[in-house]
Design a binder for this molecule. Structure first.
Ligand SMILES: *[C@@H]1O[C@H](CO)[C@@H](O)[C@H](O)[C@H]1NC(C)=O
Ligand SMILES: *[C@@H]1O[C@H](CO)[C@@H](O)[C@H](O)[C@H]1NC(C)=O
Ligand SMILES: *[C@@H]1O[C@H](CO)[C@@H](O)[C@H](O)[C@H]1NC(C)=O
Ligand SMILES: *[C@@H]1O[C@H](CO)[C@@H](O)[C@H](O)[C@H]1NC(C)=O
Ligand SMILES: *[C@@H]1O[C@H](CO)[C@@H](O)[C@H](O)[C@H]1NC(C)=O
Ligand SMILES: *[C@@H]1O[C@H](CO)[C@@H](O)[C@H](O)[C@H]1NC(C)=O
Ligand SMILES: *[C@@H]1O[C@H](CO)[C@@H](O)[C@H](O)[C@H]1NC(C)=O
Ligand SMILES: *[C@@H]1O[C@H](CO)[C@@H](O)[C@H](O)[C@H]1NC(C)=O
Ligand SMILES: *[C@@H]1O[C@H](CO)[C@@H](O)[C@H](O)[C@H]1NC(C)=O
Length: 889
């Protein structure tokens, strides 16, 4: 009997144990099935009975309890409470979905949890205090939600926490003192919230922290001394708060710091000399404070210093000669202070110096002849100082300059003709409000990329040289208050200027002044008009791009920082994923049934190969990307010329998601996006029929081409309908061209590149130049002057597309003659004695009388659309109506 009882005990024991196991297992399976139903995860529809193999799930190795659930980037929504039934969960990633509602407090019962990422959702309500029970938690990310309330004091008990991120929410209250108890913390970000109060002094006990980012809150009080006791700190960002008091001397203790950004606060006092002990400092930004005293020479010990921005403070004294040791310095920005003395020659020797901004100080030296012996300077901003002497001839050595600001100084002498050697000069040449005299050198006319020229308020004399007509990109000019005489050269940018640009010159005559010159030659100007206007626009676009290229240094610096933050984040997350693969920052596929088929890394890699390139446009390059699943995507890689895109990632993501919901048969919707490094990729379906441009200009050249007027008219109507829909939503397209219209397998046209219009929204106040947009040949003439993208401008570009459809001609073609584009060629046909029929593609117009009649009717619409007066062009909606009527007659 004892044997039997032992056996029965064993048996009962075994049974109950296995029952336990089985019940847990069954529980997890049931829970997962319920989760699958709740979130509509079709891949989990019991494809395999072993749920441990379902996508996004990992189980423990010795039993089948679920340990890891990764549902990030799936556009999911639903009630996440049920996930708390997976009691053995260690890793839970729900980031980048559409979850909303409060974060269930019952998640606090997941006591095994080590990694919890709920970032980039729409969770609202408070951070549950129950999280304090997650004693094993190492990483908690709640960023980019709508959370409000305070950061619970109780979180201070999470002794194992290494990574705590909660940026971009609506959290208020102060940073709890208990954060100082998180002694294992490596990353703490809470930027872009509404946090107030002081930064707890005890944070110094966080001896492992590498990244502390609290920018854009309402924090006040002084920077605690102890912060710099964090001996591992690399990045400290407190920008845009209400911090006051002095920068603590203890800053020098923290030798590992590489980024310090404390701009836009109310800090006072000087910069401690101890700054020189931070040998690895690369980025120091303290602009817009009330700092004072001298700029300490100790900065020169920070040999890695790349950017120093001390603008808009109360600094006095001179720039230390020792700054010449800063050979890595790319930007020195000290504008709006009270600095004086010579322009720091030693710094100008730095081979990496890209931007020197000394504007609005009291610099009272001269411009040295050796100013550009280091030739990489792109921005030389010396305006509003007391600089004396002449402009040296050697200024012509500054060949890389994009912007030269010398206005409001005491400069004397002539304008050296060598200024014309600065062929890259494009943003501005400002010599205004000095004591310059003599004539304007003809060589200025060689600055064909320059957009803004200001020589006002000097004593310049002689005539305005007609050689200045070579300045093809010119938009703004100011010659006022000088001693110029003679006729104003007939050059559109001059005549389009306000007359105030020429006032104050006794001897000047001609347009735009009301003083007539008598024998002023008008006809020459008119002949010139069209010829230059396109070139101007092209040049403006070119210079616009260059402007953006030039901010790239700043962007790079931003990205350096982001990358460091990311590296720090990654360190806390997954130690096993080190590879040379592109680091995907974010990505999403909006179409549910395509999600499994798209691999972000493969997408990113496809854009690194030139052989995948399909087309190159004004704002983007399109690549073909073949997925392992066999699916082929068309991937649009944005030219990252607008740093606002990079700096407002979450906003951009929302914008793209919104566009993915724009439902119209004639608009190409993004099906997803991928962000990696500094690159924005937009994913679209790939259509084998290619673009309208290819259809018109490649396909129809083929031997076996079958004339297809009805198909072409249907395409024209489709494009017009797509644009009508956009205009109805007040979206103005930035780049309408046949190359941006894709044809699906039924030749239904889809207008593409709509995203650009939202992402580079000019109304957001990005540089006005970026507003001038489009492809050569499609740009309405008024854009060159108004610098504004408009609905009538869109109608013009559409008219060019319609002309292309009717004539099978390219929008610009040398065959039209010099300076003549398709629009002008069509509009001037009568003066050449050509009939409208001779304009149309004869392969179509001669097929039947009814085709020819319809084509002539469409030509009338195209002529209306391309009227040079914007107000005379029809609305897109009217265009659709007119085109529809054509077939009904
Ligand atoms: C399965 O194993 C994990 C550890 O690997 C443990 O935490 C869990 O309790 C186990 N489940 C059962 C039912 O034994
Ligand atoms: C189902 O399993 C098969 C083979 O294991 C796999 O090829 C297929 O993609 C799976 N389907 C889903 C929806 O996961
Ligand atoms: C389950 O595996 C873990 C390691 O994954 C181990 O620590 C634990 O002891 C195992 N439990 C049993 C019951 O085998
Ligand atoms: C979510 O589900 C839980 C039960 O699983 C329920 O108590 C809760 O009310 C639900 N929340 C919402 C917002 O429906
Ligand atoms: C969560 O844990 C607490 C004890 O810590 C317990 O009282 C409560 O019932 C648990 N909630 C759930 C839903 O399991
Ligand atoms: C933080 O630590 C202090 C003592 O060092 C202790 O009094 C306090 O309760 C702790 N706070 C939390 C939330 O653990
Ligand atoms: C300066 O930067 C280089 C390259 O990033 C690095 O190797 C070096 O350690 C840095 N110097 C200091 C003093 O930190
Ligand atoms: C420049 O200004 C400083 C401070 O006002 C003055 O001491 C110095 O003499 C001036 N230098 C020249 C060359 O005028
Ligand atoms: C700098 O400019 C001077 C005067 O224009 C010229 O003689 C000299 O060759 C230039 N130096 C370089 C390096 O271009």
């Amino acid at each position: 009997m004892p044997f039997l009882s032992l056996l029965s005990i064993l048996l009962v024991g075994f049974l109950s144990m296995s029952q336990l196991v089985i019940s847990e297992v069954l529980n997890d399976q049931a829970t997962l099935l319920a989760i699958g139903v709740e979130f509509k995860i079709i891949e989990w529809n019991s494809n395999s009975s072993d749920y441990c193999k379902w996508p996004g799930i990992s189980c423990s190795s010795n039993n089948s309890s679920v340990e890891k659930l990764d549902l990030s980037k799936h556009g999911l929504q639903g009630n996440i409470t049920i996930i708390s039934e997976l009691k053995t969960l260690k890793f839970l990633d729900l980031s980048f979905n559409n979850f909303h509602g409060i974060i269930p407090p019952v998640f606090g019962n997941l006591s095994d949890l080590e990694f919890l990422d709920l970032s980039f959702n729409n969770f609202g309500g408070p951070i549950p205090v129950e999280f304090a029970k997650l004693k094993n938690l190492r990483a908690l990310n709640l960023s980019n939600n709508l959370l409000n309330g305070v950061i619970p004091d109780e979180l201070g008990s999470l002794k194992k926490l290494q990574d705590l991120q909660m940026f971009a929410n609506r959290l208020n209250g102060s940073i709890p003192h208990s954060v100082a108890n998180l002694t294992n913390l490596r990353v703490f970000t809470a930027y872009e919230n509404e946090l107030s109060g002081v930064i707890p002094d005890k944070l110094g006990s966080l001896s492992k922290i590498q990244l502390l980012n609290l920018h854009t809150n309402r924090l006040e009080g002084s920077i605690p001394d102890s912060i710099f006791a964090m001996e591992k700190l690399e990045t400290l960002v407190l920008t845009q708060n209400r911090m006051s008091g002095y920068i603590p001397k203890s800053i020098g203790i923290c030798r590992g710091l590489s980024n310090i950004r404390i701009g836009n606060n109310n800090l006072i006092g000087g910069i401690p000399r101890e700054i020189g002990n931070i040998s690895g400092l690369t980025y120091f930004e303290a602009n817009n404070n009330n700092l004072s005293g001298e700029i300490v020479m100790e900065f020169s010990k920070c040999t890695n210093l790349t950017l120093l921005n001390l603008a808009s403070n109360g600094f006095t004294g001179t720039i230390p000669f020792e700054f010449g040791l800063l050979t890595n310095l790319q930007e020195l920005i000290v504008s709006d202070n009270s600095l004086f003395g010579e322009i720091p020659l030693s710094i100008l020797r730095g081979k990496n110096l890209n931007k020197l901004d000394l504007s609005n100080n009291r610099f009272n030296g001269t411009i040295p002849g050796s100013i550009c012996n280091s030739s990489r300077l792109q921005f030389l901003l010396l305006g509003q100082n007391s600089i004396r002497g002449g402009i040296p001839h050697e200024i012509g050595n500054c060949t890389k300059l994009l912007e030269l600001q010398l206005g409001s100084n005491y400069l004397t002498g002539n304008i050296p003709p060598e200024i014309g050697h600065i062929k890259n000069l494009q943003i501005a040449l400002n010599l205004s409000s000095n004591h310059l005299h003599g004539q304007l050198p003809e060589e200025l006319g060689r600055l064909d990329k320059l957009v803004s020229l200001d020589v006002s308020n000097n004593q310049l004399s002689g005539s305005i040289p007609s050689a200045l007509k070579g300045m093809l990109s010119l938009i703004e000019v100011n010659f006022s208050n000088n001693r110029f005489s003679g006729p104003i050269p007939s050059f559109i940018p001059f005549q389009k200027s306000l007359n105030s640009s020429f006032l104050g010159n006794k001897g000047l005559c001609g347009e735009p002044l009301s003083v007539s010159c008598g024998d002023f030659d008008d006809s020459a100007r008119d002949a010139y008009h069209h010829k230059v206007s396109y070139r101007i626009v092209l040049a403006v676009i070119g210079s616009g791009l260059a402007v953006f290229a030039s901010v790239s240094v700043v962007v790079l610096l931003f990205m350096m920082r982001e990358r460091q933050e990311r590296a720090a984040r990654e360190a806390g997350k997954c130690d096993d994923e080190i590879s040379s693969n592109p680091v995907i920052l974010a990505g999403n596929v909006f179409v549910e049934n395509l999600r499994q088929a798209i691999d972000f890394e493969v997408v990113a890699k496809a854009t690194m190969k030139d052989s995948n390139k399909l087309t190159i446009g004004t704002f983007s390059t399109v690549y073909k990307a073949e997925m392992p699943s066999g699916m082929v995507l068309s991937v649009r890689k944005l030219k990252s010329m607008d740093k606002t895109i990079l700096n407002h990632q979450s906003k951009m993501i929302r914008e793209v998601e919104k566009l993915s919901k724009l439902c119209h048969d004639n608009l190409m919707r993004p099906i997803g996006f991928v962000l990696f490094e500094d690159v924005v990729l937009l994913l679209h379906q790939h259509f084998l029929n290619g673009t309208l441009a290819q259809f018109l200009h490649d396909h129809s050249k083929k031997e076996d081409y079958k004339p297809d007027w009805p198909a072409r008219l249907a395409i024209a109507i489709g494009v017009a309908e797509g644009l009508t829909f956009l205009h109805h939503l007040a979206i103005i397209h930035l780049d309408i061209s046949s190359g941006n219209v894709v044809l699906d397998s039924n030749l239904n046209p889809l207008v593409g590149e709509v995203e650009i219009s939202k992402l580079l929204d000019p109304s957001r106040g990005t540089a006005s130049i970026s507003a001038v947009a489009g492809s050569f040949g499609y740009i309405p003439p008024e854009y060159a002057y108004t610098m504004q993208v408009t609905a009538p401008g869109n109608v013009y570009s559409y008219g060019v597309v319609l002309l292309e459809i009717l004539t099978t001609r390219l929008p610009v073609d040398e065959a039209f003659g010099e300076g003549i584009d398709l629009v002008k060629w069509v509009h001037t046909a009568p003066t050449r004695g050509e009939t409208p029929e001779q304009i149309l593609d004869s392969r179509l117009s001669t097929v039947s009388f009814s085709w020819r009649k319809e084509m002539l009717a469409a030509l009338k619409v195209a002529l209306l659309c391309t009227d040079s007066t914007p107000a005379k062009r029809p609305k897109m909606k009217k265009v659709v109506e007119m085109l529809r009527e054509i077939t009904q007659d």
